[in-house]
Design a protein around this ligand. Sequence first.
Ligand code: HEM
Length: 160
Amino acid sequence: MNDFIQWCQTSALSAAIRSAKWPYPSIEILHIAGLVLVFGSIFILNLRIFGRVLKQTSVREVAMGLAPLTLVGLCAQCVSGPLLFVATAMRFWENPSFRLKLVLLVIALVHHYGWHRPLVIGGAIGGEASAGKLRGSAAVSMLLWAGVILAGLSIELLAG
Ligand code: HEM
């Protein structure tokens, strides 16, 4: 793994990102925009599940309407995240917050697409999921994505 991290750090792409002042902050702006789309769309869906917003629209319709925003956000993160990482790969790889964020991110994505969304859209196969089951899943979703963001924000706090 260290060879791969070393390769990232010494790559032409890494050197290009670090070659001027504007590339890194520009990529970070994309990363924050992606974060707003991902967390914002999932947060609104969960607020609907808790009956706080969009009460006139069904949970299923809200989920269907917000899904493209979540996907666009994830695409932005899949591009900007690795670019941020490659810029100073060694520094980030040694950062416990960065590693924690990646682990929480994988769990949050598996929960969202493997359980939460199927539950919301199809009641996890078979009609409407119970309100209690939906709210339980929404609570887990909120905790996981809040964990991803807090770990992300603490990367710089623990950066060497
Ligand atoms: C939905 C997915 C993601 C979310 C919600 C997310 C969220 C965040 C947040 C809140 C920050 C702190 C704000 C900042 O400094 O820009 C951050 C920083 C960072 N993220 Fe992500 N991220 C995601 C995916 C990724 C991926 C896939 C990678 C790399 C493989 C990545 C790499 C980084 C790096 C390297 C930083 C540190 C930037 C710095 O401090 O200069 N992120 N992320």
